[in-house]
Each structure stands twice: as structure tokens, then as C-alpha cells.
Design a protein around this ligand. Structure first.
Ligand code: BTN
Length: 241
């Protein structure tokens, strides 16, 4: 830690905690920020991220290790996803799932999203987690919170600290070459496995059955009796008839 630096800074309001950390000087590895309010929260693919006061709005830094290639670092959202799953399963015994590449689902609804951005030699990991949210209004058919299933309120700082602690633990494993071990764990929580999926990649729509997440971090899909691999894309699920 740098002198006088807090591992997790708490701020009242910012446009985006990812932006806040990008602009902050002298950061140490794994330092983070929690905002009570975010006015321009960003999601993946240029989407807006809405969050109320029940949400954990949080970002932290992972410094690039120059011995690791950018191709390897494409696995970062999956590693952070696994760290989130570990944190959540330690918190509550609920069926949390990982939806490739950057979402946590609970009972078929989105619970959390991850946004990883690179600036210079740092990765900024942004997490929006519906922790204590009580109401989703028009989003109630697609979003959920832990509170809605446990009726408990959680300490955001403790949850954020545990996410960082678990991320550090998985990153250390990753740096030691234990990716296969991490991947095995993620695949246990693979939300898309054996589901009928509509998959959008490079503006093409595919229909198939979700398979495992592959060793290079890509998603695999059974389409017309062939296994296809996707590095980028987004899945939506349909119920089987
Ligand atoms: C997604 O599911 O599309 C990713 C959502 C990521 C949202 C978080 S909230 C904290 C951090 N700051 C942002 O502007 N975005 C991320």
C-alpha cells in the first residue's frame, strides 16, 4: 500500500467508478473505490448501467504483469467472475451462476455485471452487484438482488473486500499456471450449459445448445451437430418446449 492510501476508498458520488480510478494518480495493485451514487454508470457494449442505493458500485485495479500476454488477459472477466461466485457462495447458499462472459445470474435473472477496461498498464475492473436492492420496477423480469432471496442486508465494504481478496487469490493461481483448475470451477457454474441459446457474434445470430467454456476462455456451442467456438458474443436463453 502507498503511504496514506486506503485499500478501498468510499465516495459519495461519481460519474463512473471505472473513470474515477482511471483518473486517480498513484494507485497500488488491488486498490478500489465504492461509490454510493453513480451518474454515468457504464456497462459492456456501450450500455448504460443503472444502479440504486442498494447496489454495490465498485471498481478496483489490477496491474498488468508484463510476463502475461494480452491473449491470456482476455480470461480476466472469467477470473473475476469466479472470484465473485466464490464471494457470493461464501455469503449465501443460493444457486449463483456464471453467464459467459461477464455476468452473474441468480434464478434466471441478472444479479451482477463485470466491466474490465485497460488503461496504460492497468486493468480497471468494474463491478455492479445488486446486493441490497428491494425493487427493480420495469426491470423486475430480468434483474434480481440477493436481498430479494434472503431478506438480509449486507455490508458493501465487507463484500467488496472479499471480492478483492478472492480475486487476488485466483490471480495468484492464474500467474502460477493453474488456469485449468480455475476453468474447471467456472464450468461448474456455467449458466449456458445445456441450454437452448440464441447467440449473437459479429452481427450473426446462431441457435444452438450451450457447451463448456473452452480452455482459451471462449464459449462453445453445439450448432447443427457441430461444435462452434466464440471469442466474442452474447447469449440469450430460451426455454425448451
Ligand atoms: C455489464 O453487465 O454490462 C457490466 C456492468 C458494470 C457496471 C459497473 S458499476 C461499477 C463500474 N462503473 C461503471 O461505470 N461500470 C462498472
Amino acid at each position: 500500500m502507498l503511504k496514506g492510501e486506503k485499500m478501498i476508498e468510499i465516495i459519495e458520488k461519481t460519474d463512473s467508478t471505472n473513470e474515477y480510478l482511471k483518473n486517480k494518480k498513484n494507485k497500488s495493485n488491488y486498490c478500489g473505490v465504492i461509490a454510493k451514487k453513480q451518474t454515468k454508470g457504464r456497462g459492456t457494449r456501450g450500455r448504460i448501467w443503472f444502479a440504486d442505493e442498494g447496489s454495490l458500485i465498485f471498481s478496483f485495479v489490477i496491474k498488468e504483469d508484463k510476463n502475461i500476454s494480452m491473449l491470456e488477459y482476455l480470461k480476466l472477466p472469467l477470473i473475476v467472475g469466479m472470484s465473485l461466485l466464490k464471494t457470493l457462495t461464501e455469503l449465501e447458499d443460493l444457486p449463483f451462476m456464471f453467464k459467459w462472459t461477464n455476468d452473474i445470474y441468480l434464478y434466471d435473472k441478472k444479479l451482477s455485471g463485470i466491466l474490465v477496461e485497460k488503461i496504460g498498464d492497468e486493468f480497471i475492473v468494474g463491478i455492479g452487484l445488486n446486493l441490497n436492492c428491494k425493487e427493480f420496477y420495469e426491470l423486475s423480469n430480468i434483474a434480481t438482488s440477493i436481498y430479494l432471496h434472503s431478506s438480509k442486508e449486507y455490508n458493501k465494504i465487507k463484500v467488496a473486500e472479499n471480492i478483492i481478496k478472492n480475486t487476488k487469490m485466483y490471480m495468484d493461481k492464474f500467474y502460477k499456471g493453474k488456469w485449468q483448475e480455475i476453468l474447471g470451477e467456472i464450468n461448474i457454474y456455467n449458466y449456458l450449459k445445456n441450454k437452448e441459446i440464441k447467440f449473437y457474434s459479429h452481427e450473426i445470430e446462431y441457435e444452438g445448445i450451450g457447451q463448456d467454456i473452452d480452455k482459451d476462455g471462449s464459449m462453445t456451442l453445439l450448432v447443427n451437430n457441430k461444435i462452434l467456438k466464440f471469442q466474442v458474443g452474447e447469449a440469450s436463453t430460451r426455454k425448451r418446449n
